[in-house]
Design a binder for this molecule. Structure first.
Ligand SMILES: C=CC1=C(C)c2cc3[nH]c(cc4nc(cc5[nH]c(cc1n2)c(C)c5CCC(=O)O)C(CCC(=O)O)=C4C)c(C)c3C=C
Ligand SMILES: [Fe+2]
Ligand SMILES: [Fe+2]
Length: 336
């Protein structure tokens, strides 16, 4: 079987210019799986309010983390592509949900490198299922596959939040940081609006409705982002033998005024020093590559908030990025 591999991530603006950031935010936020309103409502909100105000601020934030090679998210995804390519014979390409390269560009690259391609394995760079991350990436890749009339089969790796090799890898990436003195380890996940959790509940009656919903078995968990984040966190506590009370989880990056999953990371940074948590470790398992949300929102802004509120040390644990065990885990996924 002639196969190819695509690592699919979210994407970044082409540069830190306000013009490029505006274009990127317009594409991102006009996605109906991200801002789930009627087309007209979304157009008015995104083009009229969010993007004009957010683009200059986001451009500044991107400028603070940008490297000579470009956006960290893209650079790190390319480094992962190169590291995986060293381990497998099949051509490996990257694709982004927003911006470049698109899935179509990735399919065409794979076809150039492997004429007669029969199967493409798409690995979403998201361990957890959310309508606004995993689902939109996969649906976009499927749509471009169909529209392009490609004859190769498209195989998609399911969310791996509970997959033992992924969990082992995440634990291994955290373990060295536990050797230093710390009061608490915070697992901070990208947030989503609560409404998205209700929308994804295939039972219509479980998520955020049943007491302790994420702990009570339900078919809804297959698409419940909160359940999957809680599961990953609890497994880390178990694998790393974290003492009770020394770990917790929260949700970051809220946009707008609607209720999002709680507790909010930014609020916890303010509260924790007052609870006696002075030495903090933070890890962001919703991201497999470091990006704006980890490097700027957490490692820059979050650190400042925590220290300003009375914290003493703040240590950011990097994402899996090009961890050799992560590369090995990916080899396992593409080899089935
Ligand atoms: C990890 C999965 C992600 C989910 C779920 C997610 C939901 C989500 N995001 C926004 C709005 C923004 N997110 C932004 C950046 C961003 N988001 C993710 C991942 C998830 N988002 C990543 C990896 C990044 C970083 C991209 C990079 O280039 O480094 C941004 C852009 C930056 C900014 O202006 O803050 C926005 C906007 C919403 C509304 C949402 C769920 C509804
Ligand atoms: Fe996001
Ligand atoms: Fe739940």
């Amino acid at each position: 079987m002639k196969r190819g591999i695509i690592l699919m991530n979210l994407g970044s603006p082409d540069s830190t210019s306000v013009k490029d950031v505006r274009r990127y935010l317009n594409e991102f936020l006009m996605d109906e799986r991200v801002i789930d309103m009627s087309y007209l409502g979304r157009l008015l909100l995104v083009r009229g309010i969010i993007v004009p105000f957010r683009a200059p601020k986001s451009a500044k934030a991107y400028a603070s983390i940008w490297t000579d090679e470009g956006s960290p998210l893209i650079v790190l995804t390319k480094q992962l592509q190169a590291a995986l390519q060293e381990q497998v014979a099949e051509p490996v390409a990257i694709a982004m949900r927003y911006g470049n390269p698109s899935p179509k560009q990735a399919y065409d690259e794979l076809l150039r490198r492997e004429p007669g391609l029969e199967e493409v394995i798409l690995v979403p760079m998201y361990p957890h299922y959310a309508m606004s991350s995993y689902e939109t990436a996969v649906e976009y890749a499927k749509e471009q596959h169909l529209k392009g009339g490609y004859t190769f089969k498209l195989d998609i790796v399911p969310p791996y939040y509970n997959e033992p090799h992924y969990l082992e890898t995440l634990a291994e990436s955290i373990r060295p940081f536990l050797e230093q003195e710390y009061d608490h380890i915070l697992f901070s996940y990208h947030g989503v609006p609560e409404r998205h959790i209700h929308k994804g509940d295939i039972t219509g009656s479980h998520c955020l409705k049943v007491a302790n919903c994420c702990e009570v078995n339900s078919p809804a968990h297959k698409q419940c982002y909160r359940h999957q984040c809680v599961f990953t966190t609890k497994k880390m506590a178990e694998y790393l033998q974290l003492p009770e009370g020394k770990w917790s989880f929260s949700f970051q990056s809220r946009l707008g005024r609607d209720p999002w999953l709680q507790p909010y990371t930014a609020v916890r940074f303010e509260e924790m020093p007052k609870e006696g948590i002075k030495k903090l470790l933070v890890v962001c398992p919703a991201f497999v590559s470091d990006c704006l949300e980890t490097l700027e929102e957490i490692a820059e802004e979050g650190k400042e908030e925590f220290l300003h509120a009375g914290g003493e040390t703040f240590t950011m644990i990097p994402c899996l990025n090009v961890h050799p065990m992560w590369v090995k885990t990916l080899v396992g996924y593409v080899n089935g």
